[in-house]
Design a binder for this molecule. Structure first.
Ligand code: PMV
Length: 322
């Protein structure tokens, strides 16, 4: 599934990009370890049009305080004329489902189109740079999912994984992004309603990884993500579920679970092969792999436990013009 570049277009331009769900390896990916994730079929749509002054969703005020918009203007549109930016999103904010990456991907693709078109490898670097400048920390997993769509893995070199889509860098670090096959499963993602803050969590976990126990912890994260990738390649759902639980153990160990998230994991358990926190944690969402035929039951259980659940599958396409 090679995705075409973003073509040239004239303003007004509308682009939409998918959110994401991390299955294995969040946090450790920031330190160059493997990650497995998918773009999910919830989208953010961004429209840009010429305007006498900068506007965001019709208002002048919010532009100055929007760090992602500011970082994008700085990176891609610093000498440009003002734009009216309109955002419509079905991805809950600060939920761990990649709303900021989808916003920046949509905006950068629209700007790229206005500037004569842009290929996806270049866009992947631009969007990651913008997100990292706005957030201060992070890996290019979320931004790559918004640009590529489908299932992806970062930093893995195992059989059955194809050629790199792109490599993305920041400071001294480099991540390699590859596409992996779709095992054909439905996932249930459930937002706890507790917003999470990525930067502080990534910094706190980073300190853990930098401590004496760091190397061993990172190796355990890497092993579970690599085993998860293999289980998915073999379409082995029970083993994938078991590994989701194992990854959750590690996330607990590094302190990114939360009683509210644990309550959701408990609620999911009878109808799930496995479940874990997804994203930065401390709030945000969980992801669960339903037992065959129990997708609806799982959604119901999570809704009864007070979450906002979605049954979801891979977004076939990454960011595209609408
Ligand atoms: O919660 P989110 O959507 O910001 O995901 C963060 C994933 C981390 O691995 C914790 C950070 C990153 O940029 O990879």
């Amino acid at each position: 599934m090679t995705q075409p570049p973003i073509p040239a277009a004239v303003l007004p331009i509308v682009a939409r990009a998918p959110g994401k769900c991390i299955l294995f390896g969040e946090h450790a990916v920031v330190r160059g370890q493997p990650e497995v994730l998918l773009a999910i079929d919830l989208y953010t749509q961004v429209a840009i049009r010429p305007s006498p002054e900068w506007r965001l969703n019709g208002h002048i005020g919010p532009v100055a305080g929007h760090r992602y918009l500011q970082a994008a203007i700085h990176e891609l549109w610093s000498n440009g004329t003002p734009l009216d930016v309109t955002v419509v999103s079905r991805i809950p904010k600060a939920s761990g489902m990649g709303s900021s990456a989808a916003f920046v991907a949509g905006l950068a693709a629209a700007i790229g189109a206005a500037q004569g078109g842009v290929d996806r490898a270049r866009l992947a670097q631009q969007v990651f740079t913008i997100e990292r400048n706005a957030q201060g920390v992070g890996s290019p997993g979320d931004t790559s999912a918004a640009i590529a769509g489908g299932y992806l893995t970062l930093n893995t070199e195992v059989a059955a994984v194809g050629d790199p889509l792109w490599s993305v860098k920041a400071d001294e670090s480099r991540w390699t992004v590859r596409r992996i096959g779709d095992p054909g499963w439905v996932w249930v993602v459930a937002y706890s309603g507790l917003p999470k803050a990525t930067g502080p969590k990534v910094r706190a976990v980073g300190e853990r990884f930098a401590s004496a126990e760091g190397p061993e912890l990172l190796e355990r994260f890497s092993d579970v993500a690599t085993a998860g990738l293999r289980a998915m390649a073999q379409e082995d759902a029970p083993e994938t579920g078991r590994l989701l639980d194992e990854n959750q153990e590690l996330l607990r160990t590094v302190g990114v679970s939360h009683p509210r998230l644990e309550a959701l994991l408990d609620a999911a358990r009878p109808a799930a092969l496995g479940a874990k926190v997804t994203g930065a944690g401390g709030g945000g969402s969980i992801v669960a792999l339903p037992k065959p035929g129990q997708e609806t039951d799982l959604v119901r259980r999570l809704a009864r436990a007070g979450a906002v659940p979605f049954a979801t599958g891979p977004a076939a396409h990454g960011v595209e013009l609408v």
